[in-house]
Design a protein around this ligand. Structure first.
Ligand code: SF4
Ligand code: SF4
Ligand code: SF4
Length: 298
């Protein structure tokens, strides 16, 4: 049986990931971990088949719909976001360089290296693991939803209609499968086009730059996530400037560096939660809005 490169990278990465122990939070600015995991999303080869959506939904028991129902391409008429019933979605975008050919882009939690959601959570319900995934503990969560406000990618969703024990929902990077069971993330395992490469983040960055160099004209010369918000575990290659895609221009500043001083000050002064929402919202608005402001001025 031949081993695909995607599988090899995953298995090699998993072997070393099991050796990593200990915990870190965003505010502790964990030291660089060369074995940390990631996924490289190559939007130039993604066909938009939505099999990754189905695999994620099935693995996390979000649906019992058959795969055939995910072949519906009319969903691309909408701009969808991950939500409580879909931890990942595939959308379409048009590259101005080639308007006849629509491209597809998979969206999910970016598993930031310095996650604003972890920083914003006052009870430690979100945790950046040393292996890479940002995971959530529903038992610790008090439902304040600061994480939702803080996330620069607008990823965490909330079960507003759950009266008794609503939870925050987002992609877990298949933490149980990947770190505990030594498997690939369900979405990367099923992708038929190898648009999703799972492996060590450092190695994926090298692969991404090699693809850009070796395929002139195929990619925009930027690996999205290498530096955005201080770096993310999920990385993207795009055939056009990422600003023509779903990927937000969040800059390279680390989110927690903006929100943490506010929170620490707030808790010293015991400011009520609604005021904190406002302050965090303002901070994140400023964090995300630098580019928009510049464009508006122009
Ligand atoms: S399974 Fe792969 S090719 Fe299909 S939509 Fe998802 S990322 Fe794209
Ligand atoms: S994308 Fe949002 S939810 Fe995911 S780790 Fe980053 S800040 Fe947290
Ligand atoms: S890593 Fe797991 S939880 Fe995240 S999008 Fe892929 S299948 Fe879903």
């Amino acid at each position: 049986m031949s081993l695909k490169r995607r599988d090899f990278l995953g298995i090699a990465a998993l072997s070393s990931a099991t050796l990593v122990t200990g915990k870190a939070t965003a505010s502790e600015a964990p030291a660089h971990n060369p074995d940390a995991l990631g996924v490289l999303v190559d939007t130039a080869v993604c066909s938009g088949c939505r099999k990754c959506e189905w695999a994620c939904n099935r693995t996390h028991e979000l649906t019992d719909r058959p795969m055939s129902t995910f072949e519906d391409k009319t969903v691309f008429e909408l701009h969808r976001r991950p939500d409580r019933d879909a931890f990942t979605v595939v959308n379409q975008f048009i590259a101005p360089e080639n308007p006849e050919k629509p491209y597809a882009i998979k969206v999910q939690c970016m598993h930031c290296l310095r996650p604003a959601c972890v920083s914003a959570c006052i009870v430690g319900a979100l945790e950046k693991t040393p292996e890479g995934p940002v995971i959530y503990d529903a038992w610790k969560c008090i439902g304040c939803r600061y994480c939702i406000v803080a996330c620069p990618f607008q990823i965490p969703a909330y079960e507003y209609d759950e009266a008794l024990a609503p939870e925050v929902k987002k992609c877990s990077f298949c933490y149980e499968r990947v770190v505990k069971e030594g498997k690939l993330p369900a979405c990367t395992e099923i992708c038929p086009n190898e648009a999703l490469t799972f492996g060590r983040r450092d190695e994926l960055i090298d692969i991404a730059h090699s693809r850009i160099k070796n395929h002139p004209g195929m990619y925009y010369d930027h690996v999205y996530g290498e530096h955005e918000v201080g770096g993310t575990s999920w990385l993207y290659l795009t055939p056009t400037d990422f600003k023509n895609t779903e990927l937000p221009d969040v800059g390279t500043e680390v989110g927690p560096d903006i929100t943490e001083p506010i929170q620490h000050g707030v808790f010293k002064a015991f400011v009520p939660p609604l005021a904190l929402y406002g302050l965090l919202g303002l901070a994140m608005h400023q964090f995300k809005g630098e580019k928009d402001k510049a464009e508006e001025t122009e």
